[in-house]
Structures are given as structure tokens and as C-alpha cells.
Design a protein around this ligand. Structure first.
Ligand SMILES: C[S@@+](CC[C@H](N)C(=O)[O-])C[C@H]1O[C@@H](n2cnc3c(N)ncnc32)[C@H](O)[C@@H]1O
Length: 309
């Protein structure tokens, strides 16, 4: 496979430095992508260290299988990171010393017209990370009710004109089945105009992508599984790219780091809550000016790290 757009790994040094605390340890990377972070993690591990990775995307998976074909310490699976527990069993790993997620999509996926992730090129509006699973985005645009579409645009894209956009989409599909990125773009342009068009398109594409790939539920699922699968001292490091993801990570860390979750007015603690994580990054780590200059995609990246007690 030709890699047309180079994916530059974000917050590379900061994330891997926080993640790797045991050079002989077992690590899980849920989002190997094009292996940028994978390479860096491996460079910090000894010969005894191991890295088990997943990616839903077939092209990313095939690319990494070739890239790491001579690397004995790596096993990669073409599946969702939510299967971390099953994969750990298959690989005979009881606990990990670090679990890493670099969420969202790679620059390659965004720029590959076959992926239908971009509104900059004419393509089938697909948006699936794994093209062999589920339905493409255009299926939902044609099948869901106006209300369901509006909720997706509002909840996952925080789009203020969600109701109006859904109404116009439902009206347009009466004349012609919706299938392509440019069809969606021109419908949205007819509502928004050219000013602010790209920002609205980004929000709508983000919303559809989150829905199609069930992204927020999958993130909650792996977070819930991760703490049980970490050795004491093991780290959970997550890079998120928008506020919906970041809020989920932040709330999860906060909950697992709490010693009591009783209501504020409870006279004594009765919850028996166990603190399981300690938060390493009180504030999320963001890109330096230098990184922002070199890689504009790092603009919205936020790294949060917690440690298993
Ligand atoms: C930002 S990219 C990772 C880039 C990678 N860190 C690198 O340096 O090349 C995110 C990757 O996560 C994958 N992905 C997103 N959600 C996933 C999930 N639930 N399970 C497995 N892979 C997922 C995407 O297909 C994409 O390749």
C-alpha cells in the first residue's frame, strides 16, 4: 500500500515518556495507525518488552504488519481496541504495564478518498474505520428519521443548526438518494452559505463518524476494561482530539481516582469506593509551539495519563 499522506504522530515524546515505566513490560496500543507511536514505544523497551496492538482500519493494519514484520516483540490485530481483554488472553498476558490510545483518525484516513472521511474530495460518504463492519454513513443519512439525524448532529457534532440541517437533508433525499461527500457538502452549503461552511462540515462529518464507528461507547468500554488489566504502577495514556472524547477520559479518571462518591450531604461515607487510579496529568498535556508549527493536526490534541494503584 502506498502511504500518500504521512501521518505525523502527535505528542510523541510526552506520551511515550509517560507511558513506559518498565522497559521489560507488556504494553497495549489500541490505535497503532501507521506505527509512529509504536516505533517510539519499542525504542524504549528492552528485548524482553512486548507490544500488542490493534487497529480497526485494514490499510493501517496491513501497513503495520509489513512495517514490523521483523520485530519479534510486536503482535498486531485488525480489530477494535475494545477486544483488549480477549486479546490479552490469546497472547497469554495477564496484565499490562501500559495502555495507550491515540484516538480518532489518521491523516492518511482523512486524505484517502476511498475512506470517504474528507469533504474536500468527491467520494462515497463512508466514514467507517473498518469497511467490513457496519453500515457506511450514507446508509444512515438515507434511513434515519429527521429527529435521529438532528440528535446525532447535535450530540456528536455540537452543531447548533442540527434541526435545520436534518430537515433539509430529509427533504433532499426524497428527490435523490444521498451517497457522496459532495452531495452532503452542497446541501449544507445551501443552508449555511460559504462563510463558516468548513467549520460546519467538520462538525457534521465528526458527528457522522462518531455515530458510524460507535466511537464514544467504544472509548467508554475500553476505559472500563483498562484499569482491571493494568499492573500496579502501570499507566493509561490517552490522546483525544475533541471535547466529547476528552470529557469521557477526564470523567473516567476522576471517578477512578476518587476515594468516595457519596452525595455531598451524606453524613458519613457509605459508598466503599476504592481508589484505583492516580491522575498523573492534572491538566492535559498539549502540543508545544514547535509541534503546532510542524503539525497543525496537533492543535486539538490533549494527553491525559493516570497510573494504576
Ligand atoms: C490517530 S490514528 C493513530 C496514529 C498512530 N498513533 C500513529 O502514530 O501512526 C488513530 C487510529 O486508531 C484507529 N482506531 C480508532 N478507533 C479504533 C478502535 N475502536 N479500535 C481500533 N482502532 C481504532 C483508527 O483506524 C486510526 O488508525
Amino acid at each position: 500500500m502506498k502511504k500518500t499522506t504521512r501521518h505525523i504522530p502527535v505528542l510523541l515524546n510526552g506520551s511515550v515518556s509517560h507511558l513506559v515505566t518498565n522497559v521489560d513490560g507488556n504494553y497495549f496500543e489500541g490505535t497503532v495507525g501507521f506505527g509512529g507511536h509504536t516505533e517510539e514505544i519499542l525504542s524504549r523497551l528492552s528485548e524482553k518488552g512486548r507490544l500488542i496492538g490493534t487497529d480497526k482500519d485494514v490499510k493501517a493494519f496491513e501497513y503495520c504488519i509489513k512495517k514490523f514484520k521483523n520485530e519479534q516483540r510486536v503482535s498486531i490485530f485488525n480489530t477494535s481496541y475494545t477486544n483488549i481483554d480477549t486479546i490479552a488472553k490469546l497472547e497469554l498476558v495477564e496484565k499490562f504495564d501500559g495502555i495507550f490510545l491515540d484516538l480518532g483518525v489518521s491523516s492518511y484516513q482523512l486524505d484517502d478518498p476511498d475512506s470517504g472521511f474528507t469533504y474536500r474530495e468527491e467520494a462515497e460518504l463512508d466514514l467507517r474505520m473498518n469497511k467490513n463492519q457496519g453500515y457506511p454513513a450514507y446508509y444512515y443519512l438515507n434511513e434515519l428519521s429527521e429527529e435521529e439525524l438532528a440528535d446525532i448532529f447535535y450530540n456528536y457534532g455540537e452543531e447548533k443548526k442540527s434541526r435545520q440541517i436534518a430537515r433539509v437533508l430529509v427533504k433532499s433525499r426524497l428527490n435523490k438518494t444521498l451517497k457522496t461527500t459532495t452531495q452532503l457538502k452542497s446541501i449544507i452549503e445551501s443552508i449555511i452559505g460559504k462563510y463558516n461552511l468548513n467549520k460546519t462540515l467538520s462538525r457534521i462529518f465528526q458527528a457522522l463518524r462518531i455515530h458510524v464507528n460507535n466511537e464514544l461507547d467504544e472509548l467508554k468500554e475500553i476505559l472500563n476494561k483498562s484499569t482491571d488489566l493494568l499492573n500496579p504502577g502501570g499507566r493509561l495514556a490517552v490522546i483525544s482530539f475533541h471535547s466529547l472524547e476528552d470529557r469521557i477520559v477526564k470523567d473516567y479518571f476522576k471517578y477512578e481516582a476518587a476515594t468516595c462518591v457519596c452525595p455531598d450531604d451524606a453524613p458519613v461515607c457509605v459508598c466503599n469506593k476504592q481508589q484505583r487510579l492516580s491522575i498523573i496529568t492534572r491538566k492535559p498535556v498539549t502540543a508545544s509551539d514547535e509541534e503546532l508549527q510542524a503539525n497543525p493536526r496537533s492543535r486539538s490534541a490533549k494527553l491525559r495519563v493516570a497510573e494504576r494503584l
